[in-house]
Design a protein. Structure first.
Length: 120
């Protein structure tokens, strides 16, 4: 039997899917000759700067309206996630390699130095 928490999450997801079917877009917001994929890519890439400027200047916005619809949105998404803000690597892993020196003495041939990396 499933837990009540899983059922609640599934019910919420189903309700969200049903409600998203009711969404409509204004016909004035989609225009065939309006900005398309390449401008969406550019606008997504410059999103952080445009957002900052839009806080102080009313004539600057972070999203072009009207646009040509899905291709502009796809370019905008790629601009933000792949080339823009989302492309930054936030977690850096570094590893140092330690080499220890060990001296081995052999009576017949003298002293030898052997360098070996740490065993993991």
């Amino acid at each position: 039997m499933r837990s009540p928490r899983a059922f609640a999450a599934l019910a919420s997801l189903a309700a969200l899917a049903v409600l998203s079917g009711c969404a409509t877009q204004s016909a004035a917001a989609v225009a065939p000759a309006a900005p398309g994929f390449l401008l969406g890519l550019w606008h997504g890439f410059i999103f952080p700067v445009a957002w900052l400027i839009s806080l102080f200047a009313a004539e600057v916005s972070v999203y072009a309206v009207p646009n040509n619809g899905g291709w502009y949105d796809f370019g905008y998404f790629l601009g933000i996630v792949v080339f823009g803000v989302g492309a930054r690597k936030t977690h850096v892993v570094t590893r140092e390699r330690v080499i220890r020196e060990r001296v081995v003495e052999r009576p017949a041939s003298g002293t030898h130095t052997i360098n070996r990396p740490d065993e993991e």
